[in-house]
Design a protein around this ligand. Structure first.
Ligand code: ADP
Ligand code: MG
Length: 475
């Protein structure tokens, strides 16, 4: 095979990579060779019959359209196991994984070039700091962040005239930076001529100190004079830096007077920023102050699903629920767990199951900083097995009776309690609970849970016992 056919194959593989999900591409496209191209038929060589069946059935359309784009004269394609595919002297073999990596790096390079160009136009201000992936559209709104989102949305529609400044505060990992950059990105997209700067207080400080050293303070001021929107993240880092605070105070006044938008974030409300000069603090309070709080279960679940979707990773519903339930409220940690699950899948082929994820949580329980994040008290994952153990021990019955079919009351009630806790406190799906309990169907579980709820309303003793079990498990 010639060098030319390797080139053709590479183009086809690149086109396919753009057509299929990343996860599928990495799983099913290992190596491809080009065996022949004659009479309108193109024959690919693949590594195994498994690969052949998958490509021929699952991805035929995608491959065909990629082929059509590169070789319009081809009318049909076929796949054959190629015994020579691992032979290093075979020139027309494409390592799809390598191709995929190259494709993504070249995309990155293009993006970087675009950023560099923009930076130049902005007189060297750190445009680079804003990340495209933080957008208002992919920010999940729930009760904990509804107000902050509404304010961010209003500001991005009418910069300078909705709320000025907008000050968002909350604990770490709850979405402040996402909202701030989302505002910046949205304004940039909506108002092409508006100049937006996103910076952190830390970075602002460094820029200022450097400009003092280099005697270019005037130049720095000049830059800020010309912008329309100033976004400063984590203003608590200005604590005790009086001169930097003064500089910001001046910039703030200048911008505010001329109706230009300022957006700020901090880890606490302005009045609690004890080491920031009162006059600057009072400026922070001029507009609107909103907080972001810890997301509830439903919001955590929706965030997790959105993050998985953005990574094109298929996360089974029950696994997503399990993570959302067990993770604490810091969204960055939830993302960290997702990243690890994806890595384990991509590197070791370990599929995302409750069992695999659960062992990850157990590990987290012992090494608090396993994800490299700031440790906070976190719940240790509870597998359903642990719950079954606790319920059967509490009622003094065997586990096999608990999950079995026996309809005597002494077994039925504990069984319903276990189902009820799995559904209402551990957020398992009815299907999954059915699988645990000898393959019962969805509606049987639903019925049992409803039944128990009704009983609990009347039976004080049982209600008490359920609470004892919950206490034991921390549910
Ligand atoms: P903070 O700045 O408050 O410490 P970040 O904005 O950096 O937190 O959020 C941490 C991570 O969690 C980011 O990747 C962000 O995209 C994600 N995140 C937080 N809240 C949400 C949300 N409501 N919707 C989507 N992603 C979120
Ligand atoms: Mg932040």
């Amino acid at each position: 095979m010639t060098h030319q056919s390797a080139e053709i194959l590479r183009k086809i593989v690149q086109a396919v990579a753009g057509n299929v999900k990343k996860q599928d591409f990495l799983t099913y496209f290992k190596k491809l060779s080009l065996l022949s191209n004659e009479g309108g038929e193109l024959v690919f060589g693949v590594v195994s019959s498994f690969a052949r069946d998958n490509l021929a059935h699952k991805f035929k359309k995608e491959i065909e359209s990629a082929v059509a784009a590169v070789l319009p004269e081809v009318e049909s394609i076929d796949f054959v196991v190629d015994s020579e595919i691992d032979n290093p002297s075979n020139a027309a073999v494409i390592d799809c994984l390598k191709e995929y990596k190259e494709l993504t790096t070249s995309k990155k390079k293009e993006e970087e070039a675009a950023v560099a160009k923009e930076e130049e136009e902005m007189g060297g201000i750190n445009v680079r700091m804003m990340n495209e992936k933080y957008r208002l559209e992919n920010f999940i709104v729930g009760p904990s962040n509804q107000l902050a989102y509404a304010a961010a949305d209003a500001v991005s529609r009418r910069p300078g005239s909705a709320y000025n400044p907008l000050y968002i505060y909350g604990d770490v990992g709850l979405g402040k930076t996402h909202l701030l950059q989302g505002i910046g990105n949205t304004i940039k997209a909506r108002f092409k001529d508006k100049k937006v700067i996103y910076t952190t207080a830390d970075r602002f400080l460094t820029d200022y100190v450097n400009s003092i050293k280099k005697r270019t303070v005037d130049k720095m001021r000049e830059k800020y004079r010309n912008i329309d929107v100033l976004v400063i993240d984590d203003v608590q880092f200005l604590a005790k830096k009086e001169r930097t605070q003064e500089e910001l105070y001046n910039i703030f006044n200048l911008m505010h007077e001329s109706g230009r938008q300022i957006v700020l974030s901090g880890d606490r409300p302005p009045k609690e920023l004890t080491e920031i000069e009162p006059r600057l603090k009072s400026r922070f309070e001029w507009g609107i102050i909103v907080d972001v709080g810890a997301p509830d279960f439903e919001t955590r679940l929706a965030i997790l699903q959105e993050k998985a979707r953005a990574r094109e990773f298929i996360l089974p519903q029950e696994v997503a629920e399990f993570i959302a339930y067990n993770a604490n409220s810091n969204v960055r940690e939830i993302e960290g767990i997702l990243n690890q699950i994806i890595a384990e899948y991509e590197l070791h082929g370990k599929p995302p199951t409750i069992e695999n994820v659960s062992s990850r949580f157990q590990k987290l329980g012992v090494t608090n900083d396993a994800l490299g994040q700031r440790g906070q008290a976190r719940k240790i994952a509870r597998s359903y097995d642990e719950l079954l153990d606790a319920v059967s021990t509490h009622f003094g019955i065997e586990k096999k009776m608990l999950i079995g079919e026996d309809r005597r009351k002494e077994n039925m009630i504990p069984r319903q309690v276990a189902m009820y806790l799995l559904k209402n406190k551990m957020h398992f799906t009815y299907e999954r609970i059915g699988n645990i309990f000898s393959g019962r169907n969805h509606s049987a579980i639903l019925y049992s849970c409803r039944k128990l709820e009704a009983v609990l309303k009347k039976d004080q003793n049982l209600y008490y016992e359920v609470n004892v079990i919950r206490d034991k498990l921390g549910l």
